[in-house]
Design a binder for this molecule. Sequence first.
Ligand SMILES: O=C(O)[C@H]1O[C@H](OP(=O)(O)OP(=O)(O)OC[C@H]2O[C@@H](n3ccc(=O)[nH]c3=O)[C@H](O)[C@@H]2O)[C@H](O)[C@@H](O)[C@@H]1O
Length: 445
Amino acid sequence: MTQLKTHQDGIPSTPGKIKMDRSPYIHRLRWQFSLAKLTFWSCLFLGLILLFFLRSTPSSSSSSYSLSSGTDSTRRSLASTWGGPDWEKRVRDSSKIRSHNGISVLVTGAAGFVGTHVSAALKRRGDGVLGLDNFNDYYDPKLKRSRQARLERSGVFIVEGDINDSALLKKLFDVVAFTHVMHLAAQAGVRYAMQNPGSYVNSNIAGLVSLFEVCKSANPQPSIVWASSSSVYGLNNKVPFSERDRTDQPASLYAATKKAGEEIAHTYNHIYGLSITGLRFFTVYGPWGRPDMAYFFFTRDILKGKPIPIFEGPNHGTVARDFTYVDDIVKGCLGSLDTAEKSTGSGGKKKGPAQLRIFNLGNTSPVPVTTLVSILERLLKKKANRVMLKMPRNGDVQFTHANITLAQTELGYKPTTDLQTGLKKFVRWYLSYYSDSGSKKRSDE
Ligand SMILES: O=C(O)[C@H]1O[C@H](OP(=O)(O)OP(=O)(O)OC[C@H]2O[C@@H](n3ccc(=O)[nH]c3=O)[C@H](O)[C@@H]2O)[C@H](O)[C@@H](O)[C@@H]1O
């Protein structure tokens, strides 16, 4: 009884050690204890289910397909802040068509390299343009902010948000009946795919599907033009690359996600009547370019006197690219938007067959990477510290060369800038941009 009294005021801490007593009090105590235990385990179980649910549900603006722990979610910077009457007014104003026969275009990735140039060109000719960008830090976000500032000065508003945020996309289509979408938001870069594969799945596959889903339900459905990549030709060695050539041997995860995008485009065109044009860009370069690309960081490192790693193929084979100047690419993008037929569906229902196209947008004259370095040396008036390296097995292919006959015929696409001329414009921009930001930084210090 003494032992029992000890536990009268509470549940015993070590119940198994209590001498068994069949009194009604003990029964009540045991019943209460079981109830507490049941409540505890139920709460734990429900908590775990909730945790699992929260982890597997895509959040509105962050990466939901991160395969590499941490990196991707820290790269995505956003806490999306959108909505409200002022915000809607800015969205409407930016999308307003100001020319006869103009179009209203949602440009995803508008603070990116090609996105910035395309948005500016559309605005110049009086089209309505609304940008969308998540300003992630795959490369220096300050460069993206500078591009944004320039676009804002010409009347283009960039909404800060992610293509995986379906609620945001739906809202944009509620506010504006976009006639076209120029989809350039993507995880770019061939070699980075080995470091952060999840970001490619998240942007290039999940993001693309999220965008197509909203477009197919929009009323009217927009026509879509989007960026695929020359990398889909992968191990294909028939040159020049034609749209009819094999694209089932990608050499990188990046290429595989772009190829998957082309197949996904086929599905949305087939089921929902979306008009979709995919553009296979060939190593685009120029002012306001991407710092992760070779021509850009070679320039930086030549100026700093740092070693320049130049890849070579087996038996010292030449590695070459069909480098394409950004203004030529912009013409191809605008030509695609202008020749895009209307989507045929509405409110998620197909009404008839719709246009589905793929075009190469290249320069049709491959240049060895060693020549690229020589041109930069001349323009920068500085010798590069060249280090020849065997091409690593991380997704690169040895050679690219576009056949552009189809784009020429259908879009009137005709590249006019050779590498020497294009790099001259790039170097002029580079020196001015970084000397300006350098002096700004110095004066800030
Ligand atoms: O056209 C395309 O499809 C792709 O073009 C570029 O990919 P890439 O051609 O590999 O462009 P860079 O990374 O700038 O490389 C250019 C050339 O320099 C070479 N390289 C790169 C890096 C390096 O350290 N050394 C070097 O010799 C590469 O092998 C390649 O031949 C873009 O980064 C991709 O996003 C795009 O989709």
